[in-house]
Design a binder for this molecule. Structure first.
Ligand SMILES: [Fe+2]
Length: 202
């Protein structure tokens, strides 16, 4: 049997170490988002560290693979794998988030709720996030949005960091009339990448 190709996951290991250090150093959300954005920009500026298993699209729906969760659940790192044309429902996070595109591109549309009846209104234009670009999602400013693969004919992959164990956070998806549906996303994977075997990925 052929051995699985070994990917050097050292960039991911360094990233989670640096991110834990950032959260040790401050509780200020502006600092976390600004400095975290720079750390994530460094991670998605290079490819080649994401094991294939966590880069697989599923024809049925977009995939959210857990790559790492902090032991105190202060943050989690996931790979979001979009098949051609796949999109999320309109949803929120309720924790801070950082999004960086590793391969391809994605489109993001933000929404806010009308005060009168709670129905959703598009907030600003649809933004396109290109390869190696990073943006922050700040729940203090509202974080209802919908994300889709910018490509109809290829896979896109983005790396997200959230201020909690995002697969376990009780949040919501929304219908256009503003009706909320409880949403706990879970994860597509049952096992995590091994970023700690220094003999293989130093
Ligand atoms: Fe999102």
């Amino acid at each position: 049997m052929d051995a699985e190709p070994v990917v050097n996951t050292a960039p991911l290991r360094r990233f989670v170490g640096d991110f834990a250090g950032l959260l040790d150093s401050t509780h200020d959300l502006d600092q976390i988002l600004a400095r975290g954005q720079a750390l994530l920009a460094g991670l998605v500026a290079q490819d080649g560290w994401l094991p294939e298993e966590f880069a697989q699209p599923n024809p049925a729906r977009y995939q959210q693979y857990l790559l790492h969760c902090d032991s105190a659940e202060r943050f989690s790192v996931v790979s979001f794998v979009w098949g051609p044309g796949q999109a999320t429902p309109i949803h929120d996070h309720r924790v801070w988030g950082l999004v960086g595109v590793l391969r391809g591109a994605e489109k993001v549309q933000s929404f806010h709720q009308r005060e009168s009846d709670g129905s959703l209104v598009q907030q600003g234009p649809t933004r396109e996030l290109l390869e190696a670009q990073v943006e922050a999602i700040d729940p203090r400013e509202g974080d209802i949005h919908r994300v889709e693969n910018a490509f109809a004919d290829r896979t896109s992959i983005s790396i997200h960091v959230y201020g909690g164990n995002i697969g376990a956070v009780a949040r919501a998806t929304f219908r256009p009339n503003g009706e909320e549906r409880p949403f706990i996303s879970g994860y597509a994977n049952a096992t995590l990448p091994n970023i700690w075997d220094l003999s293989r990925t130093a």
